[in-house]
Structure formats: C-alpha cells, structure tokens
Design a protein around this ligand. Structure first.
Ligand code: 0RA
Length: 646
C-alpha cells in the first residue's frame, strides 16, 4: 500500500485519536497526576488495572509484572486477550483502538464489569502516549499477534507473528524520558507494595513481580508472588502484624447491598490509634467519603446498641463519643462502585450518597450477628471502648491547654523557638533540630530573615505507644503545635488539624546522619503521620540531608553524601585525601551547616509524601510498636547507616 493510500484511509476518528494522544503528551499531569516518581509508577498501575479488570470479569487469574533491565515494564495476564479483529466503527483493530484512543478502555465490551481503573481508569492509551516504545502481544484463538507504537503512534497494523496454545495479553512499555525528565527508574518496593495490596483487595488472583535488574544470590531474579485466599482478612493480619490483637480473630464482613459489593475486615488491638483504610474500585480513598462514613455510622450504632443492652455502661458517668468506638481499631473498607464520583483536594473522597447506607446496613447486620455469636470478644470490645472514653476525658483537659496556648498566640510562642523576621508563611521555614547544641549551630548558621529554629530535646515521645492525653501533655509536642501555629479540632473529630494559621510552609526535620538521628527523624515523622497528617499531605514536611563526609586535600575541599561520592572525590583529588566523617550536626560549624544543609541554593530537601497510606501505616506501627523481631528485620533490610557505624 502506498503512503498516499495510507493517508487517504486516515478517517476522522483516527485524526481525533491522534489529537487525543497529543493532548496527553502536552498535558500529562491532567491524566496521571504528575510526571515525577508518582506518575511514573502510575503507568504500571494503569496497565495492571486492565488485567485486574479482566480477572474481576472472571476470565483470568494470573498477572505477572516484570521490571526489565532498561526500566521498561512488562505486564502479562492469562485473560481472553485484547480482541484484534477490525473494530466496526473505527475501521482498525480493536487492539489499536484500545491502545490509541483516549478513553476507549474496554468499554466496547458491554459485558465487562469494569470497576477497577487507576487514576481513574484513564486507560492504557495514556500509558502508550507517554511511552517512547510500547509493544502489545496478544495470545488469542491459537495465534500470537503483535503491534508496536512509538510515543503513542502506531508503527504497523496488527500482525500475526506465530501460533500458541496460550491465551492472554502482554504489554511492554518504556516510559518516555522526554516526559519523565526527573527519572524513569522504577522502585521495586513501591511496585511490590501496590501489587501486594491489589492481591489482598482481589482475592484469588496470583500476582508476581520480578526485578530483572537484580539477580539474587541463588541466581534468580529478585521477585515475589502475591496471592490471597482470604482477602481483606489477611490484609489486616499483614497490616497489624506488629500489633497485639485484642480479640480472637479478624472480623470480616462480605456482602452486597443495593448492588454495591461491600467488603470489610476489622480488628481491635492494644494500641490507641485508629487505622481506617478505605478503597473504592481498588483505589485508596485517602480522604474517605461516603463509604467510610457509612462504616463509622454502622459500627457506632451497632456497638452502642450492644453496649447499652449489656448493662456495662450503667456506671459510666460520661457519655461515649464516636471516637471511643474506634480506638485501637484497624479496619479496611472496600467497595466496588459502578460510577464513582470522586471529590476532594486529591480526588480521593467518594461522593456517591447511596454508598453510605449500603455500607452502614451491611456493617450493622453482620456485626450484630458477630457480637451475638462471640460474647467474649464483644465484652472485650466494649471494655476497650469504656477505657477509651475514660482516657478521652483526661485528654480533653490536656488538649484544652494546648488550645488555649495556641489561640493566645502573639506572645505565646515557645521560648526555645528562634523565630524568623519574615511574616509571610509561604516564605518561612522552620527547622526542627535534635538537641540544644545542634540547635545553637543552626541558629548561627541560618538566614534569620526566613528561617526559624526549634530545638527539640533528645528523643521525642513515641506517639505510637502513648495514649492521646499523654501526647497532648508532652512539652516538646506542645511546642511543635504552638510554633507551627496549627490548632486541633473539636472533640467530635478530635485530631482534625487546622492549617489556616500555619506559620511556615516548610517544616524541615534536621537530624544527625546516623542511627540515632534517623531514629529521632522517625519519631518526629510518626508524630506527624498520626497527629498532623494534613501537614504531610499538604507537602509542608521536609527532611534535611546533611553530608556524611568532608573530603579534603590541600586547599581542595568538598562534601560527600554517600560512600560512592566520597570515593569519587578522593579519586578526583588524586587519592589519599583526608576524609572526615561527620558523626553529627554538632561537628559542623555554622557556616558549614549553612553551606551544605540549609542554604536553599545548595541543599537538598527531601519532601515527605505518603505514597501508599496503608503501607505507611504498617511500617510506622512496626517501627514504633512493641514487637522487636519485625523491626529488626526491617532495619537490617533497609539500614543505610548500619555499616557506617559498625
Ligand atoms: C475487551 C474485550 C475483551 C478483552 C479485553 C477487553 C481485555 C483487555 C485487556 C487489557 C489487559 N488485559 C486484557 N484482557 C482482555 C474480549 C472480549 C471477548 O473475547 O469476547
């Protein structure tokens, strides 16, 4: 066929498709959120979601993901295979339509029960548009078909390349470096966490990951297999692995109300925190929404009714609030909604009204049965609730003290805070520094116009193990609230944070680059994660990165942030340089600290983001909780400083 003929065949639909793909490349963030690390990983989720959909429709039970050596990613499933026949309306193969038409997805298959979908079901064509190369291979009807695309543009019509007795779809794509300018390097742990999560949310599917960039000692590629038979119940056990359960086993609820599939699993543990995770169509709804409020309502109503009837509340002198029913509760709520309405700042809040009553009813009915059938657990739960209510009354006094101090502001700033002169919060930064001596250096080294210093005394309270009122009574923590100018909400929603009067738009944790320092950073992060989540989600929290080494030779002098850089500098200086290892911030003088860690022109600040809220919860509870073995294992696996201090 001649070129002209090709062009002649180019119908209005194809031209529209092309424009769609170009729009994705022009405005990628509109489709995948951002073009940083998050967006990069999003591409994988988008492709995987298509396979999960095929599995939810009952046609597939295996999804394999591998990260290739060149950072391309392959996703393979054993589903029906994307159809390759000519699509009547579009005039090209259905495969090509799926791959090049924005918003086509699997919609032309009316029977498909499409409920999953990344952010949010934008379709694999978006991935195609943002890939320098994508290859789709379809195993279907005994044949193998193939088609390739460059930056979303079809390279050739679908062709048959062989025969097979397998079925399925295989997609390999390489993210386009022109789009993902920051990096195209995939993080194994990020992908593995999401795939593990998906396997719990969709029980019965086997999902594997293989990192072909890394060969293990036994000669195999690094990898894992995820498969869950009990779904959310197992997910809870995994999440709460380092917490101590209060009841015999995880309570699980599964059913359908008004055509909305509802799955809930929950357990009470000995901690004081509430950990609710909610999902809609496999998407983590960080901001909650109607499914979560339905769960809360169902839980409170049912437990209250049971507690009242039990007579256990008769001697209680104060009433029980909604919060009290959720202290030490870990729960996951997962619903599948045909046409979800997402609202909120990050579009992760479910708006559909009808879902609230569906979840509330499902939870009420099934929990009521559970309590009747398990009186011992029921009693334990009610006792826990009473304890929580009692502590809440103590907490209120402590909280009112924080509140009063914060509200009175003006002269009310903590004495230890060395404030900056600038008044515009957007320009202001505050450094939380461990210890008074490092605090002193930071105070001398800073630019006092816009940088404030708040020294913290040694190790701050481990909020993971403390009751709420202890947290609010803690002086260091009270100083953080007052210095930041944030206030905590009313009793009903006792931890909601008000950021309207936030005094600094950069809150920087600056600790030593050693084991102790990272422990302190983790304690502070735990506090932020549990009590000031909105601050983290708003992107206000940063971690400073002080250098590890000073490499000196004669008049030449440079800093190194890791061993490789240190060795490279040594080589650059001609070898046998003098190497000073900074054990702590205190070993640097004020100008060194400014040059390397505080000066906006040269420093590297790491912004703290919650990438996977459910996984973050698990890690914090493990790192800061009671059980030592899982913590040790994690630290051994992830320790960056270990060999330095050994
Ligand atoms: C629409 C129709 C059919 C299959 C699919 C979509 C499909 C899409 C993807 C994406 C990744 N893996 C997939 N597997 C299947 C087939 C309809 C039929 O055969 O009747």
């Amino acid at each position: 066929m001649s070129e002209e003929n090709n062009k002649g065949n180019y119908g209005a639909d194809q031209i529209q498709a092309l424009e769609g793909m170009e729009h994705v490349r022009m405005r990628p963030s509109m489709y995948i959120g951002d073009v940083g690390v998050r967006g990069l990983h999003h591409l994988v989720y988008e492709v995987v979601d298509n396979s999960i959909d095929e599995a939810l429709a009952g046609h597939c039970d295996k999804v394999d993901v591998w990260i290739n050596e060149d950072n391309s990613v392959t996703v393979k499933d054993n589903g029906r295979g994307i159809p390759v026949g000519i699509h009547k309306k579009e005039g090209v193969s259905a495969l090509e339509v799926v791959m090049t038409k924005i918003g086509a997805g699997g919609k032309f298959d009316k029977d498909s029960y499409k409920v999953s979908g990344g952010l949010h079901g934008v379709g694999v064509s978006v991935v195609n548009a943002l890939s320098s190369l994508l290859k789709a291979t379809v195993y279907r009807d005994g044949k193998v078909y193939e088609q390739e695309y460059q930056r979303g543009k079809t390279m050739y019509p679908v062709k048959q390349v062989g025969e097979t007795d397998e079925r399925g779809t295989l997609v390999t794509f390489r993210p386009d470096e022109d789009i993902f300018q920051q990096t195209i390097e995939y993080n194994y742990d990020t992908l593995a966490s999401r795939l593990r999560e998906l396997s719990y949310l969709n029980k019965g599917i086997t999902i594997t990951i293989e990192d072909r960039r890394v060969i293990e000692e036994n000669g195999d590629f690094k990898g894992e297999t995820f498969h869950s038979t009990e779904g959310l119940k197992e997910f809870i056990r995994f999440l709460d692995g380092s917490r101590e359960m209060l009841i015999a086993d995880v309570i699980s609820i599964e059913g359908e109300k008004n055509d909305i599939p509802v799955e809930v699993a929950m357990v009470y543990n000995t901690s004081y925190s509430e950990n609710l995770h909610s999902y809609v169509n496999n998407i983590n709804t960080h901001e909650g929404g109607t499914h979560l409020s339905g769960f809360r309502r169902g839980l409170t109503h049912t437990l209250k009714k049971y507690a009242d009837a039990s007579g256990m509340l008769d001697k209680l002198k104060f009433d029980i609030a909604g919060d009290d029913f959720r202290e030490g509760l870990t729960a996951i709520i997962s619903v599948k909604v045909q046409e979800p309405q997402f609202e909120g700042q990050t579009k992760t809040k479910l708006g559909n009204r009808e879902v609230s009553s569906a979840v509330s009813q499902a939870v009420s009915e099934m929990l009521e049965n559970y309590l009747e059938e398990n009186p011992n657990d029921a009693k334990t739960i009610v006792q826990k609730v009473i304890l929580a209510a009692t502590a809440r009354h103590a907490a209120r006094k402590a909280r009112e003290m924080v509140q009063r101090k914060t509200v009175m502001s003006g002269g009310g700033l903590p004495g230890k805070l060395s404030d900056c002169s600038e008044q515009d919060p957007e320009k202001c930064e505050v450094f939380l520094v461990e210890g008074d001596s490092a605090g002193g250096t930071a105070k001398q080294g800073r630019d006092r116009n816009f940088q404030a210093i708040l020294p913290l005394r040694g190790k701050i309270l481990n909020v993971e193990k403390a009751m709420q009122h202890k947290v609010f009574e803690n002086e260091e923590i009270r100083n953080i609230y007052t210095a930041l100018g944030v206030t905590i909400g009313t009793e009903e929603d006792s931890k909601a944070l008000n950021l309207d009067k936030l005094r600094y738009h950069k809150v920087v944790i600056m600790c030593d680059a050693d084991v102790d320092g990272s422990h302190i950073s983790t304690l502070i992060l735990t506090f932020f994660f549990r009590y000031m989540k909105e601050l983290v989600e708003g992107g206000y929290v940063y971690i400073a990165t002080p250098p590890l080494y000073l490499v000196k030779k004669g008049a030449k002098k440079e800093y190194a942030w890791n061993d490789a850089d240190r060795d490279a500098l040594n080589e650059k200086f001609g070898g046998s340089a003098n190497i000073q290892r900074y054990k702590g911030l205190g070993e640097m003088n004020a100008s060194q600290l400014w040059d390397t860690t505080m000066n906006p022109e040269f420093r590297t600040l790491r912004q703290v983001a919650i990438d996977n809220g459910t996984e973050a919860d698990r890690i914090f509870s493990m790192l800061m909780g009671d059980e030592v073995p899982p913590r040790r294992e994690f630290i051994e696996k992830n320790a960056v400083y270990a060999n330095i201090d050994a």
